[in-house]
Design a protein around this ligand. Sequence first.
Ligand code: S3P
Length: 158
Amino acid sequence: MAKVLLGFMGAGKSTIARGLDPNYLDMDAMIEKRLGMSIAEFFSENGEEAFRQIESEVLAELLQRDRVVSTGGGVVISQRNRDLLKTNTDNIYLKSDFETLYQRIAADKDNQRPLFLNNSKEELAAIFQERQAWYEEVASRVLDVTKLSPDEIIEELR
Ligand code: S3P
């Protein structure tokens, strides 16, 4: 069974996945490999809809693997993906508050997320709010990571 890490951008999904298993599978990295370009480039050339289509295909493949999986923050948007996720029983939602996440996203110059670049802070906060129920809907476990260090989170999830 896959151990799937879910959460908004900046929640630390990849960092925690790497700590749990150095051979973890990173959904965004797999998508970028398939696209042959960065997600930011693909978004600006082809739009979000096209990205979501490929994201869905990659999710279905990853759920077949018996590994730790780090997802992209928008994987829960579609009903199709939520239904796919519900077939897996180890889905961990790394929950945090918007302000903490926003500061991390804004500071992350190596990974300039298109949703950060294309939306105001207020718009991003609305996207965050809208997604809460979706993360909770598919999660088998919710962990509030706001006040935890990466080591503490990894320890908790081992
Ligand atoms: C997205 C989150 C990103 C990436 C893409 C869209 C989103 O992944 O998949 O930019 O819609 O929240 P991270 O959560 O790993 O930053």
